[in-house]
Design a protein around this ligand. Structure first.
Ligand code: NDP
Length: 300
């Protein structure tokens, strides 16, 4: 055991304030309470905070009272506007504000500046978990953090109690950016999954339960292609190591569209990506893979 982990064992669990006892806030509070952290909780609708008193939480009557109770203040509210609403009357000077409320990168940066103007250190967060994954290390849930590195280092052990931690930089908007980028990729995946189930949907001899494992295995096998995309972006050479070039993929795309039509399925989920691939091909990039589509999407 090194001296850090010995210190960790002997240090009493740090007290903290939690603003928000919604589904996620409640899960976070329970994880900290079960690990022995004294938790002061505030919720706009008092009944939801009071439900946590049975688990050992101290319930504050106002957000200002909750903020005054502890240096470490964690907000997990509906959206960025609710953070402003909740903290409007609170004295933030000398506080460490960790905002686990989902928002955009620009909202994260603006909220960091807002907190700093009021004398607080700030860390933005993006939760990559659903409430049942909180406090369950084997679930793989984690939280992106960005902003004050000092704040993160100081409270790292406490922040690691409900879920894993990934610090992604000093820019307070980066936690939100990483969060939303992963969610957006997930949305594309669910779009593909929806289209695939629609294709087989009219076939009474294909059980969706037999099809699902094939789909999962295929997506799992294809997902590592993201590493090659990253390598090509980094090198600027989009033709490096390409095994399925754009010219072939555009030709294959026509088969995907025809199959959808034959099966009586709308092509509205797949045509936007095909249109982008065709534009890139028309610009003379047939030897690339789909990495060049990223350049078409970006306006800056
Ligand atoms: P809930 O809808 O369960 O809770 C929302 C919370 O925000 C409640 O405490 C609510 O108070 C409070 N709130 C809403 N508006 C205001 C306001 N104007 N002023 C003060 N408080 C307000 O949401 P969750 O707990 O599930 O989500 C909280 C955050 O966690 C969100 O940003 C969400 O995106 C994020 N998150 C949630 C996940 C999930 O699966 N649940 C997954 C990953 C991130 P009241 O009880 O009074 O309504």
């Amino acid at each position: 055991m090194n001296s850090d982990s010995m210190h960790e064992k002997s240090a009493p669990p740090a007290p903290l304030t939690l603003l928000g006892a919604g589904a996620m806030g409640t899960a976070l509070a329970r994880a900290w309470l079960s690990a022995g952290h004294p938790v002061t909780v505030w919720n706009r609708t008092p009944a939801r905070a009071e439900a946590l008193a049975a688990d050992g939480a101290t319930v504050a009557r106002s957000a200002a009272e909750a903020v005054a109770a502890n240096r470490l203040v964690i907000a997990c509210l509906l959206d960025d506007a609710s953070v402003g609403d909740a903290l409007g009357d609170s004295e933030l000077a000398g506080r460490d504000l960790v905002n686990l409320t989902t928002g955009t990168p620009a909202q994260g940066r603006a909220r960091a500046a807002w907190a700093q103007e009021r004398g607080a250190r700030f860390l933005g967060g993006g939760i990559m978990a659903v409430p049942p994954m909180i406090g369950v290390p084997e679930s793989g849930g984690y939280v992106f953090y960005s902003g004050s590195a000092d704040l993160f280092e100081e409270h790292r052990d406490t922040l690691a109690v409900p879920a894993g931690t990934r610090y992604v930089g000093a820019d307070a908007g980066f936690a939100a950016l990483h969060d939303v980028a992963l969610l957006s990729a997930m949305e594309g995946m669910f779009a593909g999954v929806s289209h695939a189930f629609a294709l087989i949907g009219g076939e009474k001899d294909i059980d969706p339960r037999d099809f699902a494992p094939l789909l999962v295995d295929w997506l799992t096998a294809m997902a590592p292609a993201a590493h090659q995309v990253a390598e090509r972006l980094r090198s600027g050479d989009y033709t490096r190591g390409v095994v399925s070039n754009l010219a072939m993929q555009v030709a294959g795309g026509a088969t995907l569209v025809r199959t959808a039509e034959e099966q009586g399925v709308s092509t509205e989920l797949i045509t936007p990506f095909h249109d982008l691939m065709r534009r890139r091909l028309a610009d003379g990039h047939g030897e690339e893979d789909t990495t060049g589509v990223i350049d078409l999407l970006r306006s800056r």
